[in-house]
Design a protein around this ligand. Structure first.
Ligand code: PLP
Ligand code: COI
Length: 335
């Protein structure tokens, strides 16, 4: 294995193993490590036809003291269970979820990027309805799989600003649909609007509230943060956006740093009032947004990361790599 740790992007590579648990007859098995990244499913598996598929995303870091730590896995366990409950899937006990994460990270320890390279091990839990059926109903059987992959920055260029295109013709989620949970279908729904954003020269699509197209919701893979000139951190409140673990953590860090925070509806006209805009999430961490294109208007936020987002980025990554004291106890040591 020869990996160019400093030049990792966000792309798949086969690693040593993944872990899989089976849910049969109302109970989870003990889980097994697999060295193949292939799965065998019936052609009639529910997840393939009817989308009973949930996923999560979290990261493990090689810290300054040499130990490996995982960022807030209990939050992902909680959210995966919220998604599963909506899809009528089984509950994954939090201890099972965290133990599964630890087992697969341990088995792939040589894929955790070294401290100082900026990389991390992305952990991707999946829950799929696997039993064969043709009628539409919840599956009887499930697979809980966790795969891992070493990653660097999600967008090429590290923390260089990305441009966003407001999707006025398509939504990623319905007003009372599935936008608040992490199901595979939300990402299928965002493919076309993201392609349109790219055709307009932008990296990402920014979605509006699906009922009125008046309020800012989120990006296809991350939450929205607006920073006002006085440093206030504003992020949208909406029933159709994903509750981001990163955003929740940044809100706390912002308050630790003495900033005012607001979680509320954000009218699209307020895009003119922000001095900095960012996208936040596990994969994108805190990525500055340089310009937002909406209809025939363009809002500009500068060609490098602004001071408030930079402070938040440094604080978050400092904490994740063990350079800043973890006062909230968010980092779970692997061993
Ligand atoms: N919003 C969407 C649509 C996402 O896919 C993600 C990524 O998981 C986020 C927000 C950020 O969530 P988190 O910070 O928990 O990764
Ligand atoms: C994450 O940030 O973990 C995500 O799931 C976003 C994306 C890669 C789908």
């Amino acid at each position: 294995m020869k990996i160019d740790w400093k030049n990792l992007g966000f792309s798949y590579m086969p690693v040593k193993s993944n872990i899989r648990y089976r849910y049969r007859d109302g109970r989870w098995d003990q889980g097994s490590i697999y060295n193949s990244d292939r799965i065998e499913l019936s052609v009639a598996s529910n997840c393939l036809h009817y989308g009973q598929a949930a996923f999560e995303g979290l990261k493990a870091f090689r810290c300054k003291d040499g130990r490996v730590r995982i960022f807030r896995p209990a939050e992902n366990a909680r959210r995966m269970n919220k998604t599963s409950a909506h899809l009528l899937g089984p509950e994954i006990p939090e201890e099972l979820f965290i133990d599964a994460v630890k087992r697969v990270v341990r088995d792939n320890i040589e894929y955790v990027p070294p401290y100082g390279t900026g990389g991390s091990l992305y952990i991707r839990p999946l829950l799929i309805g696997s039993s064969a059926q043709i009628g539409i109903s919840a599956a009887q059987e499930y697979e809980f799989i966790i795969l891992v992959v070493p990653v660097g920055p999600y967008y090429k260029g590290g923390i260089k600003p990305v441009d966003a295109y407001v999707s006025e013709d398509w939504d990623r989620a319905a007003p009372h649909g599935t936008g608040h949970i992490k199901i595979a279908g939300n990402y299928a729904a965002s493919l076309k609007p993201t392609k349109v954003a790219k055709e307009h020269g932008c990296h990402v699509a920014l979605f509006l509230d699906p009922r009125t197209h008046t309020y800012i919701e989120e990006f296809g893979t991350s939450n929205f943060i607006g920073i006002k000139p006085d440093g206030t951190y504003v992020t949208p409140e909406s029933p159709s956006i994903l509750e981001s673990v990163t955003n929740k953590s940044l809100l706390e860090l912002a308050r630790d740093l003495g900033l005012t925070t607001e979680r509320r509806r954000i009218h699209k006209d307020e895009l003119a009032d922000f001095s900095e805009v960012g996208a936040c999430g596990t994969a994108v961490v805190v990525t500055p947004v340089g310009r937002i294109f909406i209809g025939d208007k363009v809002f500009s936020y500068g060609d490098c990361i602004g001071p408030v987002l930079k402070k938040l980025f440094d604080h978050m990554t400092g904490l994740q790599f063990g350079e800043i004291e973890d006062i909230h106890h968010w980092m779970l040591p692997l061993d």
